[in-house]
Ligand binder design. Structure first.
Ligand code: SF4
Length: 270
C-alpha cells in the first residue's frame, strides 16, 4: 500500500533521506519519536542562546558576559520545562554539571570564530518556505546577516564535528538549500553561506552562484521524485553506514544484526 507523502522537504529531511531511506521513513513518514539525547539537547540550548544573543542584544554589547546571562536563562527555562530531566544523565549531578559546562563552552566558541559585535543580524530563526511544482520547500535559517556592501549572508550553526570532504559537500548542499529559499522567498540570493562548527571553532564558507542554485533546485526535485517513488512502493531500505552508531532507531531497525558493517544493505535511493 502506498504511504502518505511528507508535506514538505527541508534540508534535514533531504540529508536524512540521502543517508538512510529507512531512517527517513521512521522519522518523517511514521513520525516515530526520537528520544532526547545529550548531543541533540546541547545543540538546541546553544542555538537558543546564540539566537537570543544576536536578536536581543545590540551590536557593541555582545560580549561573553551578555551571552552567559542569556545562557543561564536558557538553562533555567529548559530545567523548568522538564527538558533536561528527559536525559538519562539527569540523576548524576556531576554529569549534568559537565554537560552544562560543555554546552556553555560550545556557545563561547562562537566568539572564537567571529566577532559578534561586527555582525548586523537582520533575522534569526527565520522560517522560509515556497512551493515548486507541488512540492513545499521549507527551512529555518539560524541567522541572516546584512553585509557592509548591502549583500546578505546565511549562517547555520553546527554542533557536531567538522565533516570529511564527502560529507562536507552534503552539508554545504543543505546550506545551498537555504540560499535557494532566500532567492525564491526574499528575492535575493545571498553573497555567501557559512556553516559555523562551534565545537571545533571553524567556519566553512561557500558562495552561491546561479549555477549552484539551479543545481540545488534540480537535486531537490530529484530527491522528491525518489521520495514519491519510495512512498508509492513502500520501499525505504536501511542503509548501513558508520552513522548507524548514532542512529536513535537502531534498536528497531531490521538491519540491526549487521550494524558495524559499512556496506549498504540495499541500493541507494537515488
Ligand atoms: S540503524 Fe542504520 S540502517 Fe538502520 S535506520 Fe538507522 S541509519 Fe538506517
Amino acid at each position: 500500500m502506498a504511504l502518505k507523502l511528507p508535506s514538505s522537504l527541508s534540508p534535514s529531511k533531504v540529508n536524512t533521506f540521502r543517508e538512510c531511506g529507512y531512517s527517513f521513513k521512521l522519522s518523517v513518514i511514521d513520525k516515530v519519536p526520537q528520544p532526547t539525547n545529550l548531543w541533540a539537547l546541547r545543540g538546541t540550548l546553544a542555538h537558543r542562546t546564540l539566537d537570543r544573543l544576536y536578536f536581543e542584544v545590540k551590536k557593541g554589547d555582545r560580549d561573553r558576559g551578555a551571552a552567559r546571562e542569556i545562557f543561564d536563562e536558557v538553562w533555567k527555562k529548559s530545567l523548568a520545562q522538564g527538558e533536561l530531566c528527559t536525559l538519562k544523565e539527569w540523576s548524576d549531578e556531576t554529569k549534568m554539571e559537565q554537560f552544562r559546562q560543555s554546552t556553555w563552552e560550545m556557545v563561547e566558541k562562537d566568539f572564537v570564530v567571529e566577532d559578534p559585535n561586527s555582525i548586523t543580524a537582520i533575522a534569526t530563526e527565520l522560517l522560509l518556505e515556497f512551493e515548486s511544482n507541488g512540492l513545499i520547500l521549507r527551512g529555518i535559517i539560524d541567522r541572516l546577516d546584512l553585509n557592509a556592501d548591502g549583500s546578505i549572508t546565511v549562517t547555520d550553526y553546527k554542533t557536531g564535528r567538522v565533516p570529511g570532504t564527502m560529507q562536507e559537500r552534503d552539508k554545504l548542499g543543505g546550506v545551498q538549500f537555504y540560499a535557494l529559499l532566500c532567492e525564491k522567498v526574499l528575492g535575493v540570493s545571498p553573497a555567501s553561506v557559512q556553516l559555523i562548527y562551534l565545537k571545533e571553532s571553524m567556519a566553512i564558507i561557500s558562495r552561491p552562484t546561479p549555477q549552484t542554485l539551479k543545481a540545488t533546485q534540480s537535486q531537490t526535485q530529484a530527491i522528491w521524485r525518489a521520495v514519491v517513488h519510495a512512498c508509492e512502493n513502500d520501499n525505504f531500505r536501511p542503509r548501513v553506514s558508520r552513522l548507524c552508531g548514532h542512529c536513535c532507531y537502531s534498536s528497531i531497525c531490521p538491519a540491526q544484526p549487521v550494524l558495524g558493517s559499512t556496506d549498504d544493505c540495499g541500493p541507494s535511493q537515488l
